[in-house]
Write a protein that binds this ligand. Sequence first.
Ligand SMILES: CC(C)(COP(=O)(O)OP(=O)(O)OC[C@H]1O[C@@H](n2cnc3c(N)ncnc32)[C@H](O)[C@@H]1OP(=O)(O)O)[C@@H](O)C(=O)NCCC(=O)NCCS
Length: 209
Amino acid sequence: MQIIIANDQHIQYAQEICHTIDESAKQRGTGIAKRTPEYITTKIQNGNAVIALEGDKFAGFCYIETWGHGKYVANSGLIVHPDFRGQGLGRKIKKKVFQHSREKFPDAKIFGITTGLPVMKINYDLGYEPVTFSELTDDPSFWNGCKTCKNFDILTRNEGKMCLCTGMLYDPAVKKHKHKHKYDSKVFTRLKNIKQSLFLKKEKKKQDK
Ligand SMILES: CC(C)(COP(=O)(O)OP(=O)(O)OC[C@H]1O[C@@H](n2cnc3c(N)ncnc32)[C@H](O)[C@@H]1OP(=O)(O)O)[C@@H](O)C(=O)NCCC(=O)NCCS
């Protein structure tokens, strides 16, 4: 398996990457910001993406976005093809894109928003901390990306302060990135369940009216 910084040779995979992201979102039934093949192509051309290939078969992908004039960087669109899941590939891709982000944008804060427990675990192990949305970028173009997510009205109703996603941040200015506690799956699972019952119940009541 190769995990490399994507280049022009990999533009041919843009369509398949988008398709795999869309299909996974449908299956999980959770919201996700929509990506177009053109957008993925730009990321590849700018050297801001990591691709995993098994021979010439697409196995996984993730890309870098910059916000707030480079003060913030997000590692987004992590996807592992269903044939390669549960074998540690997601963790390896995330590590590679994280290292690439640190080299290319050493002073930027690295953040992500996700509902995915595997991603929360990987981020936590890389030194990210869960934070409120107010600690993330206030660049409207980042939050506009949420408009294509099916939960966007929950974010709007909460005035952009909360949603089903959990915000996580790696701040390079913080000297120590070793957590006092090991990742506790119960804490993150409980947080996710609380949010879901809180926000989705309200949503259902509104629909029933
Ligand atoms: C999320 C995804 C990228 C993970 O890729 P993967 O290759 O299967 O993940 P890995 O095998 O590297 O596992 C990562 C960690 O998450 C853990 N994990 C997996 N499923 C989990 C779950 N449901 N709850 C908690 N942790 C979980 C694994 O045990 C592993 O931890 P470990 O290395 O300490 O054992 C992949 O499932 C995927 O593409 N899903 C669809 C798209 C998606 O959800 N993207 C994230 C958008 S933010």
